[in-house]
Design a protein around this ligand. Structure first.
Ligand code: SAM
Ligand code: SF4
Ligand code: SF4
Length: 352
């Protein structure tokens, strides 16, 4: 029988004082998008109809190399970042991702290294990712219904493939997976209890996410958002819930435990209960643009800096200056944007 691997222990770096933005929010988390391509076409993220003929994906030569990504990680950890999440697009489509994970996990100061994935490629990579030092996995799964799933994934992938991916992660030794479910009214909301029933008692934590108006292509409408409060009432009526205090500052999900001890769920309520006040997340796209908000329209191009000079101190100063001037709070100001504002960056480019 194969034994799950134990992640490697990396020496802890001395704690670093985080820079603060204009609202005194620290810089703690970095979401690195490693590729903007994907093998699915989720309608709320990368709708196939909107992509037709657009040539939206980044050419290979514009992607940051592994060395450039490692350099960024080193500079960000020097600024106090200790949580890194690899995302995309579908990160497991990036060639050599396991090697990149190995190098990031070995970087002093990285205390928490996570991956968000649609899970379809986990059967191939889960064991190697665990051995490389990946700490946590978040899997996206919107429905267990074999008819609803392809409606949301653009006809690609299947429920079975995702469940096989989850099983592979479990077999590799990953515990307490997060299962991200974007809930859309009239699309998959009726199947929420079914999904929760499947994961109750497994130790995995389903997080119900409000459909967000990120990007410009996903035909977002407020009517399709199911407010977390409505779901909470519904779920509580079936399985009584009690709130759980968050463990880490800046946590995006409001946590609840089943009173019968069958585990926890979370609500990510970016639309109905924004959490900008504690947002400590920075994002870098696969081509090296630095963003300080998921809904940003403009980023700071780091690729020229990374390719021009081997100057970590210069890079650090640029990031620091950008964080100091940060005043993003899109979700708290939703709907107040000036008409004609620049188009927002798409989710599959920005990284979720
Ligand atoms: N491909 C990977 C995956 O799906 O897990 C990683 C990238 S995906 C952009 C990251 C997360 O963003 C996923 O959990 C996805 O469900 C979420 N997401 C994408 N578009 C969204 C939207 N419009 N509203 C809410 N969540 C969204
Ligand atoms: Fe791909 Fe993830 Fe976007 Fe779905 S949500 S299209 S899996 S990047
Ligand atoms: Fe953070 Fe922007 Fe989301 Fe607010 S809207 S929580 S600032 S990413």
């Amino acid at each position: 029988m194969t034994q799950p691997c134990t992640p490697r222990v990396v020496p802890l770096a001395a704690p670093v004082a985080s820079p603060r933005d204009r609202f005194a929010r620290p810089l703690r988390d970095l979401r690195l998008s490693v590729l903007d391509r994907c093998n699915l076409r989720c309608t709320y993220c990368m709708p196939g109809d909107s992509l037709m003929g657009r040539g939206v994906f980044l050419p290979r030569e514009q992607l940051l190399t592994d060395d450039e990504l490692i350099r960024l990680v080193r500079v960000f950890t020097g600024l106090g970042v200790d949580k890194i999440r690899l995302t995309g697009g579908e990160p497991l489509l990036r060639p050599g991702l396991v090697g990149l994970v190995d190098r990031i996990a070995a970087t002093p100061g990285v205390h928490d290294l996570a991956l968000t994935t649609n899970a379809t490629l986990l059967p191939r990579h889960a064991t190697a990712l665990r051995a490389a030092g990946l700490h946590r996995i978040t899997v996206s799964l919107d429905s267990l219904d074999p008819e609803v799933f392809p409606r949301m994934s653009g006809g690609r992938g299947s429920v079975d493939e995702v469940l096989e991916g989850i099983a592979a992660a479990e077999a590799a030794g990953f515990r307490r997976l997060k299962i991200n479910t974007v809930v859309q009214r009239g699309v998959n909301d009726a199947g929420v209890e079914n999904l929760l029933a499947h994961f109750r008692g497994t130790g995995h934590v389903v997080r119900l996410i409000e459909f967000m108006d990120v990007g410009n292509l996903n035909h977002w409408s407020a009517e399709q958002v199911v407010p977390s409060a409505e779901l909470l009432r519904r779920i509580h009526a079936r399985w009584p819930l009690k709130p759980v205090a968050s463990e880490t500052p800046g946590e995006t999900a409001r946590r609840y435990a089943y009173e019968d001890g069958a585990g926890e769920i979370g609500f990510i309520s970016s639309v109905s209960q924004p959490f900008c006040g504690s947002c400590s997340r920075a994002r870098v796209t696969a081509d090296g643009n630095f963003y300080t908000c998921l809904f940003a329209a403009r980023g700071l191009a780091l690729r020229p800096l990374l390719r021009q000079a081997d100057d970590d101190a210069g890079l650090r100063d640029v990031l620091l200056a950008r964080w100091h001037e940060r005043e993003d709070r899109y979700s708290e100001e939703r709907g107040k944007q000036a008409p004609g504002a620049d188009p927002r960056v798409e989710m599959f480019r920005m990284g979720g």
